[in-house]
Design a protein around this ligand. Structure first.
Ligand code: ADP
Length: 252
C-alpha cells in the first residue's frame, strides 16, 4: 500500500506539486494520467525516494520512504524511469542481474541466478539472455528492463511512461505484462501513461493530475467520461463503448 500525504514540491518559485494526498491499496494496477507538466514524474520520483519533497510524507507498506534504509526499501519498491534509450553494452542477463543487487550486493548466489532466469522467462526473453541490449528491438529492450525490476521482486512496481517509443503491438504486450504482474504475482503496479485507452483497458484505478494537483481518482468507468476528460485535458474527447471498454477518440 502506498500512502502519499500532503506532498508539495517547488522548483524555484514554481510549485510543481501542490499538497498531493493519495492512498493506493496493495495490489492491482493504477494508471497516472494528465497533461505534460502536471507533475506525474515528479510525484513518482518522490514516491521512489529519488527526489525529496519540500513538504509531506510517503509511506510504502507502512515504511516511511525517507527514513528507511535503501536496501530495505529496494525489496519493497522498484522504479523504472524513462531513461532507457541509453543502452549500455550490457547483456540482458547482466541488466536483469542488477535487480538482484539489494539481495546479492554484487555476489550472485544460485537463488539469484534462478530469480534472474525466471524474470527473463516471464517477460518472454528466454534465449536472449546473452544478447546485448543494443541488439534488441525497442519492445524487447523494454521487457528486459521490466525483467530487471521483476527480479528485484518488490511488492510495488512504479513505471514512468513505459510505453514511450513502442509500437501498438509492443505497447499492448507491455500493458498485458504489467497486468499479469499485478494479477499473477500480486504486485502493486503504478504506471504513468499518456494513452488513456490503455489506462481504461488495463487499470483498476486511474489517477488524474493537473497543474501539480490531484484532479480525479476513480475506476476507468468513472474517469472515461467526456466531462471528466475535458476537465483533465482541456479538450473534447468523445467516449465510446467498444467491446466492454470505454475508449476515448481524440484524433481530430
Ligand atoms: P509530467 O510528468 O506530468 O509531465 P513533471 O513532473 O515531469 O510532469 O514536471 C512537472 C513540472 O516540473 C514541469 O513544469 C517541469 O518543467 C518542472 N520540472 C521538472 N523537473 C524539474 C527540474 N529538475 N527543475 C525545474 N523544473 C522541473
Amino acid at each position: 500500500m502506498i500512502e502519499i500525504a500532503h506532498v508539495s514540491k517547488s522548483y524555484g518559485a514554481t510549485r510543481v506539486l501542490d499538497d498531493v494526498s493519495l492512498s493506493l491499496p496493495a495490489g492491482g494496477l493504477t494508471a497516472v494520467i494528465g497533461p505534460n507538466g502536471a507533475g506525474k514524474s515528479t510525484l513518482l520520483s518522490i514516491v521512489a525516494r529519488l527526489l525529496a519533497p519540500d513538504r509531506g510524507s510517503v509511506h510504502v507498506d507502512g515504511l516511511d520512504v525517507f527514513a528507511t534504509p535503501g536496501a530495505v526499501l529496494a525489496r519493497r519498491m522498484a522504479i523504472l524511469r524513462q531513461a532507457n534509450q541509453i543502452t549500455p553494452r550490457l547483456t540482458v542477463g547482466e541488466l536483469v542481474a542488477f535487480g538482484r543487487f539489494p539481495y546479492s550486493h554484487g555476489r550472485l548466489t544460485r537463488e539469484d541466478g534462478e530469480k534472474i532466469a525466471e524474470a527473463i522467462a516471464y517477460v518472454d526473453l528466454a534465449g536472449l539472455a546473452d544478447r546485448l541490449l543494443d541488439e534488441l528491438s525497442g519492445g524487447q529492450r523494454q521487457r528486459a528492463f521490466i525483467a530487471m525490476v521483476l527480479a528485484q521482486d518488490p511488492a510495488c512496481l512504479l513505471l514512468d511512461e513505459p510505453l514511450n517509443n513502442l509500437d501498438m503491438k509492443h505497447a499492448a504486450a507491455t500493458m498485458r505484462l504489467l497486468r499479469r504482474a499485478a494479477d499473477e504475482l500480486g504486485k502493486t503496479v503504478v504506471v504513468v501513461i499518456h494513452d488513456i485507452n490503455f489506462a481504461s483497458c488495463h487499470a483498476d484505478r486511474i489517477v488524474a493530475m493537473k497543474d501539480g494537483r490531484l484532479l480525479f481518482s476513480g475506476g476507468p468507468d468513472e474517469v472515461m467520461r467526456e466531462d471528466v476528460l475535458r476537465a483533465i485535458y482541456d479538450m473534447e474527447v468523445a467516449v465510446h463503448e467498444v467491446n466492454g471498454a470505454r475508449l476515448g477518440a481524440y484524433y481530430r
